[in-house]
Design a protein around this ligand. Structure first.
Ligand code: ADP
Ligand code: MG
Ligand code: ZN
Length: 483
């Protein structure tokens, strides 16, 4: 029997609003003194009343629109009841049956097979975050930081539409870049601002029925989500092969040991006893309000990619790499704008191949250490285009000025790295090389053509790579024939 994986993802996106979801405490809680950003509302003290953060509602609408969702005319909050030490009130204010956005869709590309899959978004809803528990294994104690309590979250829930871990991974990368383009959050997984739970089941290929699923938690990198899904698919296939039944459960992923362990089963699954939050009236959202937000949306990665393919004739792959990182895409736009003599393909190649190699070497995926300005980068690659500097020389220069932004024109001139334009100078260097390498000259006279290669090497060395190797070859042969 051949099985196919069925995967659905739930992602919590933390918003970077000025204040928390239902109180006026600051929303910039990372790196703050623990328990310094609290008030009676986010501490859940009796008698305190929540009030909705309008900026968070705006962010929810932005994300909903960007995922092709319908924005609800009326949305409301609900209480989700459970007991856990990180939850101050004994319930979380979330959204149950009237979420702010529903029925979206997003295209996810599968690089290995070049297949595009349409992933349906079930909903985007608003909720508040819980406090952060820090377990201290040394003396079996727990610290609690309430700064995170009440931070605004958007939960994005997909339909079970993924058929591979690769699709899930690409979806997460795409969602992350949309959040960043919109500027509504950092979407940083390591710092906990972008958390993903993966639901996995398997079924016989060709069947439509959804089987019992397993929910996996605790992944703090996108790659870890992919690994956890792979592990789970394999675990379920093995279980079924040995006649076991898959039971619905929640498992926690341990990335260091590359395995998941059971956390809770269906028997103790929660009944959240949702009911409408009595302290927050339902919110009416007018079409005018939604339209204003829609009109102010930035160009999103997918549209940008289409524009790059269309306007600059880039491959979908190259355009995809450029838009995967907002800073990179902006840099590309700015370099192109810096000179009319540069074309999109040429700039894209320099960014995707050469700049990429340098940022990889410097472990700077997000280009945070990059200081070179788009103008200066444009200047450098113009020098190569106009045949004034060797490509290899320019690459070395780039890795040097990547983090200093020293002027490409000045540095290449002052170090004598620009190509020799003076033919007298070349002729002198060639003459010198011939004089001081008589053995090679004799080889040449005895019919060893490779001797010319050696002499070219000598000329390049003496000219610090500024000679044009083709002109050098012509000049060498000319002088050898005259000997
Ligand atoms: P729950 O009530 O257990 O949270 P939901 O129906 O709300 O379940 O779905 C939660 C997530 O699980 C969604 O992303 C959904 O697509 C996914 N999901 C639901 N059923 C399955 C299944 N059989 N296999 C894989 N994923 C599933
Ligand atoms: Mg769930
Ligand atoms: Zn507060």
């Amino acid at each position: 029997m051949s099985f196919e994986p069925v995967i659905g993802l739930e992602v919590h996106v933390q918003l970077n609003t000025n204040s928390k979801m239902f109180c006026s405490c600051s929303g910039s809680y990372q790196e703050m003194e623990p328990n310094s950003l609290v008030c009676e509302v986010c501490l859940g003290l009796p008698g305190s009343l929540p009030s909705v953060n309008l900026e968070a509602v705006n962010s929810a609408i932005k994300l909903g629109l960007s995922l092709g969702c319908d924005i609800s005319d009326v949305t409301k909050f609900d209480r989700k009841n459970y007991v856990y030490p990180d939850l101050m009130k004994g319930y979380q204010i979330s959204q149950f049956d009237m979420p702010i956005a529903t029925n979206g869709k997003i295209n996810v590309e599968n690089k290995s097979s070049e297949i595009k899959s349409l992933i349906r978004i079930n909903r985007v809803h608003m909720e508040e975050d819980v406090a952060k528990l820090i377990h201290n294994e040394l003396n079996d104690s727990v610290f609690m930081d309430l700064n995170r309590s009440g931070m605004p979250l958007l939960e994005v829930v997909t339909e079970p539409d993924f058929r591979s871990s690769e699709e899930a991974e690409n979806y997460l990368i795409k969602l992350q870049s949309i959040v960043r383009y919109l500027g509504i959050g950092t979407a940083n997984m390591e710092e906990g601002s972008f958390r993903c739970d993966a639901n996995v089941s398997i079924r016989e290929k060709g069947t439509e029925k959804l089987n019992e699923k397993v929910e996996i938690k605790n992944m703090n990198r996108i790659k870890a989500v992919a690994r956890a899904i792979e592990y789970e698919i394999l675990r379920q296939k093995k279980a079924v092969a040995s006649g076991e039944r898959i039971v619905q459960e929640t498992r926690g992923w341990n990335d260091i040991e590359s395995k998941s362990i059971p956390q809770r089963s269906k028997e103790d699954a929660h009944d959240y006893r949702y009911f409408p939050e009595p302290d927050i009236p339902a919110i009416k959202i007018t079409a005018k309000f939604v339209n204003e937000i829609k009109e102010a949306l930035p160009e999103l990665p997918e549209d940008k990619q289409a524009r790059y393919i269309n306007d600059f004739n880039l491959s979908s792959y190259d355009a995809g790499i450029l838009v995967s990182n907002q800073k990179k895409a902006k840099f590309f736009d700015q370099v192109l704008n810096s000179s009319t003599k540069l074309d999109g393909k040429y700039v894209a190649n320099w960014i995707n191949v050469d700049l990429n190699a340098i940022s990889n070497a410097q472990k700077d995926d997000e280009l945070e250490k990059m200081e070179i300005s788009p103008d200066n980068f444009g200047k450098l690659i113009m020098l190569v285009k106009e045949n004034k500097v060797n490509k290899n020389t320019a690459k070395d220069l780039l890795s040097e000025i990547y983090s200093t932004n020293e002027d490409a024109e000045n540095i290449s001139k002052s170090r004598g790295l620009q190509k020799m334009e003076d033919s007298n100078e070349l002729s002198n260097i060639v003459e010198n090389a011939i004089k001081s390498n008589q053995a090679a000259v004799n080889d040449y006279k005895n019919g060893k053509e490779t001797a010319v290669r050696f002499l070219i090497g000598q000329v390049m060395k003496q000219s610090k790579g500024t000679a044009n190797p083709n002109s050098a070859e012509t000049e060498i042969i000319k002088q050898l024939k005259n000997e």
